[in-house]
Design a protein around this ligand. Sequence first.
Ligand code: SAH
Length: 353
Amino acid sequence: MTALGDLLTRQIATDGPMTLADYMQACLLHPDHGYYATRDPFGAAGDFITAPEISQMFGELLGLCLAQAWMDQGQPDAYLAELGPGRGTLMADVLRATARIPNFPRKVVLVEASAHLRHIQAQTLDGHDVTWVETAADLPDAPVLLIANEFFDALPIRQFLRGKNGWSERRVGLQDNTLTLGLAEETRIDALSHRLADTGAGDIVELCPSVAPIMAEVSARAAQGGAALILDYGDWRSMGDTFQALENHKPVEPLASPGQADLTAHVDFEALTDAADCHVSHMTTQGVLLEQLGITHRAQALAQKLSGTALEQHIAAHRRLTHPEEMGTLFKAIALTPQSAPLPPGFNIASTV
Ligand code: SAH
């Protein structure tokens, strides 16, 4: 058992079982033992690889998408922002792709909870005007050009099992001093009343309590001008157990090594959309979005300068980002804008999913 596992075992022995949300929060962000607090999990040597780490094209195209939205709105006085920037690669690609656009905002505000990752972001974005804040509530209250990629999947979720008369919450408890999943007593959960019609006994649904407050903060800024682009894996309306752990690119048991594996859950885009108080696009897939933004064109242009292994890797990266069997369909995207503004390019489409 890990050091954090011992700590949580003692805590549960004293206080009783904890919600999955409290367990996830401790595993990911405990200041001494949390997954994000102690390491750089990205890339081939880490536990998982994200779109901006796969190819520069991802950040470049999203940067140009934000730039077009900003021009369509008459160049509002906005700042650039990102939720959960990881290594800072995506923002670096956005800044490079938009460098020649006159007057385009260059002030960057990053929302990052991990001191360790802030340090890495500072190195990646050296020479740029960057500040860090702890939560979305601390973002400047002004028009924003914001990206959140694989941020919401890292937020703690609660899980509920539908019973005959209500819902039983799945919680982390102890059996023979080992962490184990159990069920709380069945109760009525008001926040799940909208799920009574589409679920039956035995179904599991997930709730992410921080979605509503974070979306309220983000949409309050996007409503004033600019755009917020949210990309993640998930779908419209959560159904089933999507709680998962990854270590060294392989799925592991989520309770086996607290603090050492990445814990995530699929993102419920309906919940994101419902919590936004501004104009929200239809949900689209990452594959369709990147095609609309011209990834094939960009891939061909970059390929001109490549050969051998580098060219093969570049072709594989293009496929990985867009192909339906890779990230193209599993990953979804929405855009937030002011009510009266046109949707950013790639999002101004009828529903594709
Ligand atoms: N967007 C990056 C990294 C995604 S990993 C990429 O695409 O590569 C999730 C990121 O969110 C990490 O930077 C992590 O430290 C941060 N994070 C997780 N929970 C957070 C929270 N509650 N508040 C702020 N940042 C958080």
